[in-house]
Design a protein around this ligand. Sequence first.
Ligand code: PLP
Length: 395
Amino acid sequence: MISQKMVALVKGSSVIRAMFEEGKKMAAEYGAENVYDFSLGNPNVPAPDAVREAIIDIVKNEPPLKLHGYMSNAGFEDVRATVAGSLNERFGTSFNENNIIMTVGAASGLNVTFKTLLNPGDEVITFAPYFGEYKNYVINYDGVLVEISPDTDTFRPNLKEFEEKITAKTKCVIVNSPNNPTGVVYSEATIKEMAGILESKQKEYGTSIYIVSDEPYRELVYGDIEVPYITKYYRNTIVGYSYSKSLSLPGERIGYLVIPSGVDDYSDVFAAACVATRILGYVNAPSLMQRVIKECINEKTDISYYDRNRITLYEGLIKAGFTCRKPEGAFYLFMKTPTGDDKEFVAAAKKYNILVVPGSSFGCPGYVRIAYCVAYETIVNSLPEFAKLAGDYGL
Ligand code: PLP
């Protein structure tokens, strides 16, 4: 008999993953080119050539005992120093290797952070719509996820409700910008206002409230949109980063945490996060991938590829009669469903071999998420099917 906690987690297990499996089945049945699978955020831009070249070079030339051995839980010192240097250059920060812990992607960074910070019953605030796995990551450490209801006009954080829902038990606030699933980027003004609220609440309750900035999409922004680096606006900020999307390496599981020296109880937090990395079973981030990151620190994905998908999809959906906002970042579009029943809409879309994820999986019913990190042809070929779907609703 599995644990009661797991019974609940399996029951609520990711709808996105289930749809991904269904997409694979449908592709086998109808042919991959006839299935429009927008369910998973799996990048369709290959990793830069430099990544493959670095892997080959490192495997050929690094002494194997050094490359494949255990290391400090935080990761290789020179890799962490390189990451810190890159952040300092780009964002004017002053980090060093003692502020960086290499992680097994963003998922492990978040789990390590919550393991480090949460006591049972501590509250973690998230703004709906939000990445559904947050709920599980918080439950893992017996925390309580507190949702701030969505502002569906703008999909910017509802700061009035945020202020009202901060309590003496609030330990963390998750910020995810560029956002999954809306593609919204939070402005500097929003971050400043949020920081102001948190400063005064920390004073009021005499507590430490940490922003956990989950930013796997930081580099995926379009036009001249800027993504503020939150440690510069709010001292108690921990950043979780991942190369899953920015270098198209989701299967390789590599990212890092930034724990600035100025956060409350820095020494304890950093030391505890290193122990959490080990005892959660990650032990340390994959050695080969750490070395690759050092070599490829300045590599970038092809944003123009996602941008073309974004524009084509957005314009096609608007032309078909649907309602949605043009995403500013990440590679997701969050679309309003015609009747407000997202689950019914997901089922209706499936009749046209279109797979999208219900907004209720992100704490925001009435919408669907369309992941446009797919082949351009998938978007182009899906649009006539979306138009037929719109027709069914009289749009
Ligand atoms: N956070 C958000 C907002 C995500 O969208 C994802 C993955 O899609 C993750 C975290 C997990 O990313 P990783 O593959 O780096 O663990």
